[in-house]
Design a protein around this ligand. Structure first.
Ligand SMILES: Nc1ncnc2c1ncn2[C@@H]1O[C@H](COP(=O)(O)OS(=O)(=O)O)[C@@H](OP(=O)(O)O)[C@H]1O
Ligand SMILES: [Mg+2]
Length: 404
């Protein structure tokens, strides 16, 4: 591990060299100390095990990165929240705090733990909004949030300055592409679910020569046991699942708070009558009328299970449901960070992920996916009949709309 041992003086990040007036030496200790310590255990140092996995070091770093980011995202539960009506400033940070903070922590851990080659990150957030006039307070709060999470964990002897935060977010501006290695990150996938207190994921994948070779999904609100009967909400069981997959090595799930990893596989259902399907919670994100027509054609009897984010891919990978359908409205362009990690988590668990024409997803084209109509995923047994139903339903929808 290249993790640094903690010392009394915390180093500003990035280091103030060459000399720059925009770096302060450390985040304000009074702000940091004014919030309660969260009592997390320090994350273990990254250790690449001799496992025959050619990406073992990258996988260990990716797991550590999303686990630390998940801790930052959970802070609302532990910080006192003053409702705006009582006249006090709310202490509850908003979605951009978490998304930006999550991206910075993931980028930091990857840079600290993975030494091979140049660093390239294709990620959702950039610093544009934070550089605008009037964004000073939110920038300060993100800086505090990131530094507090680092202090709580204690793995790294680093404290971000505000300028360091801005430049670290912009680490995510890579265009990706067909050659070399690129990390692909959605720092909070399923923002709407996150805001509702429902499902969301921190989704991180690695592309090597245009192929997804590794994916991790931290799903802080996903129950560790199956959600097949709970429609995605917490069943009262322990929540916080971490899925991980590496090419040729299968998919595993473990608790985000530490437990032995267990291999998972997609379900083995071969009769659609016994199948259930996942789709987006938000009807603006996937056409629920089309998915219901597909389900009817297949003979699926169960109602749709609607959950936010790539938690759907994780749930599919461990067999909580049999099918995932995603059909954005016309004109929407899919981003690679919304599917890279989820797709390998499913394929390494024995499933298939394709577009609506049955083509594999191609992550080598830059920040967007070029695909035919939608994304579908299921097991090998159900895929032929699913593809047929999808194509028939799309054709019918096209004919019906051209008649209008
Ligand atoms: N209009 C529209 N159509 C299709 N998809 C959209 C649209 N707008 C957003 N997005 C993307 O959907 C991501 C959320 O994932 P899901 O749609 O699977 O989950 S959800 O149920 O809708 O929350 C969501 O991810 P996050 O932005 O990370 O939350 C977006 O990338
Ligand atoms: Mg997303």
């Amino acid at each position: 591990s290249r993790a640094l041992a903690p010392s009394r003086a915390r180093l500003p990040y990035p280091p103030p060299f060459p000399a720059s007036s925009s770096f302060s030496t450390a985040a304000s200790p009074s702000r940091l100390l004014s919030r309660p310590r969260r009592g997390f255990q320090r994350l273990p140092p990254v250790r690449a095990m001799a496992s025959g996995n050619p990406y073992a070091a990258e996988l260990a770093a990716a797991k550590k990165a999303v686990t630390l980011a998940a801790r930052l995202c959970k802070v609302t539960r532990l910080v006192p929240f003053s409702p705006p009506s009582c006249g006090l400033r709310s202490e509850r940070p908003s979605a951009p705090h978490f998304s930006g903070g999550s991206q910075i922590l993931v980028s930091l851990v990857l840079k600290m733990e993975v030494s091979s080659g140049p660093f390239s990150l294709v990620a959702e957030e950039d610093s544009e909004e934070l550089r605008k006039d009037g964004a000073g307070e939110i920038l300060e709060e993100i800086t505090d949030l990131v530094n507090e999470t680092l202090v709580d964990d204690g793995s790294y002897n680093i404290s971000f300055t505000k300028e360091g935060i801005l430049s670290a977010i912009d680490d995510g501006k890579s265009e990706g592409g067909p050659s070399g290695r690129h990390w692909v990150l959605d720092p909070i996938d399923g923002t709407k679910g996150f805001l509702r207190g429902d499902q969301y994921a921190i989704a991180l994948a690695l592309l090597d020569e245009g192929k997804v070779v590794l994916g991790v999904l931290a799903c802080p609100n996903l129950p560790l046991s199956s959600i097949s009967n709970t429609n995605g909400s917490s069943s009262g069981d322990q929540v916080g699942a971490l899925f991980s997959a590496t090419i040729g090595c299968g998919t595993e799930v473990e608790s985000l708070y530490g437990s032995p990893a267990q291999k998972v596989t997609v379900c083995s259902i071969d009769n659609p009558v016994d199948a259930s399907f996942f789709e987006s919670y938000e009807s603006a994100h996937s056409m629920h009328d089309l998915t219901s027509s597909i389900a009817e054609k297949l003979g699926v009897l169960a109602p749709p299970v609607r959950i936010d984010s790539q938690a759907k891919y994780g749930a599919l990978a461990r067999g909580d449901g049999a099918i995932y359908l995603r059909f954005p409205h016309k004109g929407y362009k899919e981003k690679i960070w919304d599917h890279a990690a989820g797709s390998i988590v499913v394929t390494e668990a024995g499933g298939i992920v394709t577009d609506a024409a049955g083509n594999d997803l191609d992550f080598s084209k830059g920040r967007f996916l070029e695909l035919d109509t939608g994304i579908i995923a299921t097991n090998k047994q159900l895929m032929p009949s699913l593809l047929k139903a999808v194509q028939q339903s799309i054709e019918e929808k096209k004919q019906a709309t051209s008649l209008l």
